[in-house]
Write a protein that binds this ligand. Structure first.
Ligand SMILES: [Zn+2]
Length: 287
């Protein structure tokens, strides 16, 4: 509990920057269950738990990356619970964006962190949710879910529950590298969940090589890289961005860990000299 108490203290110190317009509503009838701080003591335990988790994720990203809300301006989307599907989702229709959760996932900090990161990525990078850019979206969401969970609880886990209904209750583990699926429009937007495991495994490898934490420097370079990603970002482009941001931190061990993680998953395919210059020089290493 010591870690959680410390994290809570960080959150309290940022109280003034908490999101100021949070609405938790029910998908059963569209009614509002609670708003803002009233959610802390809402009669619906799922609503209060979700509110508390979201404010902590907000705190985590605000304190680590200086981003307030999902767009840097303090904006929060409405949170809908009581979803009758066994799923959680971030979605935007006609300019209105919402989160939806069934009760099981509303209570899982990893899943809430995952969906929160989808919102941040959509606001900053707007990745096309298909093929490699979609897989990067999924990988970054998984990374954030696990990093937030570790930051808050002090417990490191490399597995996130898979929410792809086609495979029921599968588990997505960062520790396994799975073969790349050939993208197809008819298959999960080009296997965004399956192929997201490739960059996810690179993240695992980099953290392990760096001997760091999930919410440490490797997360920092990934977070900055995804915010600068283009709409149709490829794995290679993203890999080069992470190396570039690692170089900016002037930590040779970090540069080495991040670089070799991408070689390990064969996104970059050539042995790269240790004395490499800027990451843009690596763009020739395509597969
Ligand atoms: Zn997702």
């Amino acid at each position: 509990m010591a870690a959680a108490v410390t994290r809570q203290a960080v959150c309290y110190s940022l109280e003034g920057s908490f999101p100021n317009h949070v609405v938790v509503a029910s998908l059963k009838d569209g009614s509002t269950i609670c708003t803002d701080d009233h959610c802390k003591t809402a009669k619906d335990p799922v609503a209060s738990a979700l509110y508390n988790t979201v404010t902590r994720i907000h705190c985590f990203i605000r304190s680590k990356f200086g981003i307030k809300g999902i767009d840097g301006k303090g904006t929060m989307a409405h949170l809908y619970i009581h979803w009758d599907e066994d799923n959680a989702a971030w979605s935007c229709e006609t300019g209105s964006c919402v989160w939806r959760f069934n009760s099981r996932y509303a209570l899982d900090p990893k899943v809430v962190g995952h969906e929160y990161m989808h919102a941040v990525v959509s606001k900053f990078a707007g990745l096309n949710y298909r093929e490699e850019s979609g897989a990067l979206d999924e990988a970054m969401a998984d990374v954030m879910g696990l990093a937030f969970s570790e930051w808050f609880t002090g417990i490191t886990s490399w597995t996130i529950i898979d929410r792809d209904l086609s495979r029921c209750i599968d588990m997505r583990s960062f520790q396994r590298l799975t073969p790349r699926e050939v993208p197809s429009e008819r298959n999960d937007y080009g296997y965004v969940h399956d192929n997201g495991r490739i960059p996810s495994h690179a993240f695992f490898y980099a953290v392990r090589e760096f001997n760091g934490l999930l919410h440490g420097k490797v997360l920092h370079v990934w977070f900055n890289a995804i915010l600068k990603a283009s709409r149709n970002e490829t794995f290679v482009e993203f890999a080069n961005k992470t190396i570039c941001f690692a170089q900016d931190l002037q930590d040779s061990q970090l540069v080495s860990a991040v670089t070799y993680s991408w070689l390990h998953v064969q996104v970059l395919k050539q042995q790269i000299p240790r004395s490499i210059g800027r990451a843009k020089d690596l763009a020739v290493y395509l597969i």
